[in-house]
Design a protein around this ligand. Structure first.
Ligand code: TTP
Ligand code: MG
Length: 355
């Protein structure tokens, strides 16, 4: 297979950067975008000045104000952020059709066949970032690599307003020292379980056989085997239409009762809310679901119409779903299904026309 050239672009403190551009007097001050403490009350993001105080995405606004009493909290202007995202995507389209947006501020581009900039992905990324800055007044960071997983890791490397290239010949060395927590899908829980197995960096992970990783982590373990070696064959998928947003967790110890499942809900709910906020799809929610895997590996999904994540609905679904087996629970997931947007409905209608 030919070596691919993948670029991952991620805007710097996206919502906050737009606020600073539109309200220049805020530029030198610590600012955040999010809900007031008396409403949903969570920080979506903040500028780098506020990050110095420890303010972070997904943090309750009240906590952020304790860390940084001078913090200026801007209300969320989702329509503006979405419009900005469309402008940026128009710039990407000048280079390739193969664009996979991950959220409003993030996308993969496959530029393997792109002829601009002498075919150099490094220069293409530089030019795209420059054009975003010149036309929109916003900075972006980029990662350039032979696959999606590495490109995403690389875009974070020289953030903000920087880029990093991982050339095919450098992948092997790069992987040896990379912390395992940087791999796609390794969150704090998985990181902790890996540490218990003595795994800190990918070099440690490379000593595990595929079978052993499967025994420990199931399907995710097999992915880890490849990711730890810098292998990721996933194509950049331009037609991926987001149909749902969900989070789930496999627990190191089964949750024995439905009450213990209830205790696990707040953490899942916070993570789901953050994902929804980041996706920009909040208005398209039309269904809420709960997924349960029991300790006999039976799996069930139960869902209900809803246009927001309501804790009472999630609790009811969880209780009803759990009663189907009434056994200890290995895995819990919650999520929302999304309505088709007008654009997608139009696309489908066109595709359905006889040729
Ligand atoms: P990110 O790219 O994760 O963050 P960022 O662009 O603000 O900062 P960075 O420079 O580190 O990339 O998310 C993009 C936008 O998504 C962010 O500006 C606000 C929104 N968001 C949420 O609403 N909630 C969240 O928990 C996160 C992480 C992001
Ligand atoms: Mg970003």
């Amino acid at each position: 297979m030919n070596t691919r050239k993948i670029i991952h672009i991620d805007m710097d403190c996206f919502y906050a950067a737009i606020e600073m551009r539109d309200f220049p007097e805020l530029r030198s001050k610590p600012i955040a975008v999010g809900g007031e403490s008396d409403r949903r009350g969570v920080i979506c993001t903040c500028n780098y000045e506020a990050r110095k105080y420890g303010v972070r995405s997904a943090m309750p606004s009240a906590h952020a104000f304790r860390l940084c009493p001078n913090l200026i909290l801007q209300p969320i202007r989702m329509d503006i952020y979405k419009e900005e995202s469309r402008y940026i995507r128009e710039i990407f389209k000048d280079y390739t059709e193969v664009i996979e947006p991950l959220s409003l501020d993030e996308a993969f581009l496959d530029v393997s066949d792109c002829l601009q900039c002498g075919g150099s992905a490094t220069w293409i990324a530089k030019e795209i970032r420059e054009r975003i800055y010149q036309t929109r007044g916003l900075t972006a960071s980029a990662g350039i690599a032979p696959n999606k997983s590495l490109a995403k890791i690389a875009s974070d490397w020289h953030k903000p307003n920087g880029q990093k290239v991982i050339a095919p010949a450098d992948v092997k060395d790069f992987m040896l020292t990379l912390p395992a927590r940087k791999l796609f899908g390794v969150g704090p829980v998985m990181e902790h379980r890996l540490l218990q197995l003595g795994v800190k960096i990918c070099k440690d992970l490379q000593t595990f056989s595929r079978e052993r990783l499967h025994d420990n982590f199931g399907a995710m373990g097999e992915r880890l085997y490849d990711l730890a070696r810098g292998i990721d064959e996933r194509a950049v998928n331009p037609s991926r239409i987001r149909k749902s947003i969900s989070v789930e967790e496999t627990y190191p110890h089964d949750l024995p009762t439905v009450e213990s499942c209830f205790l696990a809900l707040p953490n899942l709910l916070t993570r789901l809310e953050n994902r929804i906020e980041k996706s920009g799809h909040r208005e398209e929610i039309h269904n809420l679901f709960v997924k349960i895997k029991f300790n006999n590996f039976a799996q069930t999904t139960i869902e209900m119409l809803a246009c927001a994540v309501e804790i009472e609905v999630v609790q009811k679904l969880l209780r009803d779903g759990w009663q189907r087996q009434s056994l200890p629970v290995r895995l819990l997931g919650i999520g929302v299904r999304l309505k088709k947007t007008e654009q997608e409905t139009e696309d489908t209608v066109q595709l359905d026309l006889p040729i």
